[in-house]
Write a protein that binds this ligand. Structure first.
Ligand code: CA
Length: 130
């Protein structure tokens, strides 16, 4: 009997350890906007307080100076305050043209493919009142 209880205690402890990572959901430090190489906020990342680039081939991932963001972004988290009226927009072409997707301040976008933009973003900027 004593042995059985010990085994149960161990199993419970293991369960708690396994559940711990799920409690740490992906987040982006306010007021930044975070861009990710893969869906579900995986892979390389780029954290920017004021995203602005007319051509993402000139912007590199954090910690990887030879790898740029052009046609690579797959997920985004906005750490902007939801009350911020200057939303970031991402575009399928350079110079803020092509498909235009508004990233809601405070919003989570685990798969830009939902908007036809997986691996297609080539420029981004904050839009005043946008
Ligand atoms: Ca990607």
């Amino acid at each position: 009997m004593f042995i059985a209880l010990t085994a149960g205690t161990v199993a419970t402890a293991a369960g708690l350890l396994i559940s711990a990572p799920a409690a740490n959901a992906a987040s982006c430090p306010s007021p930044n906007v975070c861009f990710y190489e893969h869906t579900s906020y995986a892979g390389l990342s780029k954290t920017l307080g004021n995203p602005y680039a007319a051509d993402l081939s000139t912007v590199t991932w954090d910690g990887f100076n030879l790898m740029n963001l052009n046609d690579k972004i797959s997920s985004i988290i906005s750490g902007q305050n939801p009350a911020d009226t200057n939303a970031v927009h991402v575009y399928s072409n350079i110079n803020f043209s092509g498909t235009d997707k508004r990233i809601t301040p405070g919003g989570y976008y685990p798969n830009l493919g939902d908007f036809g933009l997986n691996d297609k973003v080539s420029s981004f900027r904050r839009v005043s009142g946008g």
